[in-house]
Design a binder for this molecule. Sequence first.
Ligand code: ZN
Length: 452
Amino acid sequence: MSFDLLIKNGNVVLSDGVVKTSIGISKGKIAALGAPDAEAGQVIDAEGMTVLPGMIDVHVHFDEPGRTEWEGFETGSSMLAAGGCTTFFDMPLNGIPSTVTRPAFEEKVRIGENESHVDFALWGGLVPDHVDDLEGLSRAGAIGFKAFMSPSGNPEFESVDDLSLLAGMRRIASLGGILALHAESAPIVTFLQKEKEAQGLTGYDDYAESRPPVAEAEAVSRALMFGELTGCRLHFVHISTVEAVACIQRAKKKGQDVSLETCAHYLMYSHEDFRRLGVVGKCAPPLRSEDERKGLIDCLIRGDLDMVSSDHSPCEWKDKERDNLFQAWGGISGGQFTLLSVLEIAKARHLPLTRVAEWTAGAPAARFGLNDKGQIRIGADADLAIIRPDAPFRVEREKLFQKNKFSLYEGHEFPSSVAATINRGRVVFRNGKISQAAKGRWIRPSVLHPVR
Ligand code: ZN
């Protein structure tokens, strides 16, 4: 037997355990497990290394077209590949136009197919005046829809009021789609921000206090009730509090079709870090207290968090530099470090690598209908992240692949590092370099679940 690529002698993370074996790859698919002496066009010796399924990051903002000074598919996908990610879902904002119409969606597909180094899917947007566009977006292949329950910070992407949220949910349910929600209560955060700014209180504590945990819990609870009423499947993005996790778990136990993600930064950093590291740590919801951070890790360990994403939300440095923190761009640039963060937590808490694979690849693939991805098994896409488990990686500016070279993670040392990233059998990243020839493919959900 002869393969295009053979990865030899790695500790391979399968869904039910870790085995030392070799992976034979042909035509972009995993063709065999075992057979270390088979012939191959290219061989990678993974002795002593961990081989995980390539990460699926369900939440990034690449800002193209329209705001490519912030990010773009080329730089953004390079950054993800350098972090062991082989598939990403791009959000319907902060490019211009927002991805709320079929033509805008199709334009983004074209750009991504030309520029992305790894596979990708695209979210469509639910905004008040475009409920009638949802069907076209679904037919065009949107992986799901995203709405904001509080102002998005971006004038080109309006948040939903309760009426348009209900109407959008009803429509998305009829299309069999999933609605992803930024769940913070608009009344609570708007009211508190006004109160703070009226008193001239615009520092780190003020920003965090204007978006308290109750704002997340209120929005999550309301959305769950709306979801139950309309039959709409839900996915909560960047959940940051133990209370919101508990609300969602209660709904799941009652049988509601709902999933949630948290982001690596809520597991790795707290409000104290925000004060220490500055505006690079501004995001919404804000970084939480140390107790909340530890509680969220406990939720992860208990199995109450389905997946971990990056919510890579970059900008130029000038958009961060404001005396009034309310006016600085809110978004963490950290897409390169999700898998390394989860691996660090797993190592510290002695969690099995099979769970890392589930949080970063298996669960996203299952939830969003990517049948050929998310697991290392014969017949699946050969999407792999090869990790040096004992070679630390210190985050420095010159090692960042994103367009704007600043990140919350600067100065942090991860206990492990990414040796290589393989997307459908092509080596996209190896030894610190991106293969410019590697091109990703646009993917769409394989199954929809319409509610009648
Ligand atoms: Zn986001």
